[in-house]
Write a protein that binds this ligand. Structure first.
Ligand SMILES: O=C(O)CCC(=O)C(=O)O
Ligand SMILES: [Fe+2]
Length: 313
């Protein structure tokens, strides 16, 4: 489908795709200078639906994607530890079937967890390679009261040096370079460890959401076995199918998600076909717990994070 609407006169239309998460926006040609009204409409849809999709944005290149993302907030460095060859663009390319096929929220091992990720489908395989998102706000809201009481005061340690051996696959696609060489060493060359509340208050909506995903190492005060059991229990709530939306990509699609209210998972079922998606990340603030306490860095300070800007630009 090709969308050729006059940017000056058309209004974006928002079509809800799932009961708990996901909407498609039509009638917008993404790029710079969208105008206040359009940006406000996009932001409102994002906050409500948590992940929004734009079809047919084939005109976009990296610069256009960056220019669009800049209207949503201040951009972060492409990745805190992986040298992506670009200051802003994280390219996730694969032709050996690997993908970020483990449920996660982006970069939760630092204190300033990114607010928004903008992902563009650059090369999309003929089959497979869908991406799924889960709503971590509804996951919290639908918890029974005793579980809410349990998580409301709970904190978790997140690290980039998480237990890769414990996951069935080798984790995030950012662990691979363009020649498919696993580069965990690079991913973990600076160890980050941050304590986040398991329940954070969303800075824009005031909603409570669960902060979990595959960078969680353990819960504060619980041993490894207890942490593992509780993590599985809560993750099962987050990733329950009714709480998710699945997107089948075509080239030129753009997905934008609220990284403060979602987790995602790229399905590694495209065999040896080439797949490439490119991500721009909008900076976020330090999560705040229900009782007003901020996340705290245990290892790898914010200074190291920002100086990486120069390192990889
Ligand atoms: O490959 C995908 O569809 C998503 C990859 C991912 O986890 C990300 O872009 O943050
Ligand atoms: Fe991701």
């Amino acid at each position: 489908m090709t969308i050729s609407l006059d940017r000056e006169t058309s209004q974006p239309t928002v079509t809800q795709l799932g009961g708990r998460i996901g909407a498609r926006i039509d009638g917008v040609r993404l790029g710079p200078d969208l105008g206040e009204e359009t940006v406000a409409a996009i932001r409102a849809a994002l906050l409500q639906h948590k992940v929004i999709f734009f079809r047919g944005q084939n005109h976009l290149d990296d610069d256009g994607q960056i220019a669009f993302a800049e209207q949503l907030g201040t951009l972060t460095t492409a990745h805190p530890t992986v040298n992506t060859g670009s200051a802003r663009v994280l390219s996730l390319a694969a032709n050996k079937g690997m993908a970020a096929n483990s449920w996660h929220t982006d970069v939760t091992f630092v204190d300033r967890v990114p607010a928004i990720s903008v992902l563009r489908g650059v090369a999309i395989p003929a089959y497979g390679g869908t991406t799924n998102w889960a709503n971590t706000v509804t996951a919290y809201e639908s918890l029974p009261e005793p579980l809410k009481a349990l998580v409301d005061g709970l904190w978790a340690v997140h690290t980039n040096d998480y237990d890769y051996a414990a996951s069935a696959e080798e984790g995030d696609a950012v662990n691979y370079d363009k020649d498919n060489v696993f580069r965990r060493q690079e991913f973990t060359r600076i160890a980050f460890k941050t304590e986040h509340p398991v329940v954070r208050v969303h800075p824009e909506t005031g909603e409570r959401s669960l902060v979990l995903g595959h960078f969680v190492k353990n819960f504060v005060g619980l041993n490894t076995a207890e942490s593992h059991a509780l993590f599985q229990l809560l993750q099962n709530r987050v990733t329950k199918l009714e709480n998710t939306i699945r997107w089948t990509w075509t080239e030129g699609d753009v997905a934008v998600w609220d990284n403060r209210a979602t987790q995602h998972y790229a399905v590694a079922d495209f065999d040896t076909q080439y797949r490439e998606v490119r991500r721009i990340t909008v900076a976020g603030d330090v999560p705040v717990s229900i009782d007003g306490r901020h996340s705290r860095v245990i290892e790898g300070d914010a200074g190291a994070f920002s100086s990486l800007d120069e390192l990889i630009s």
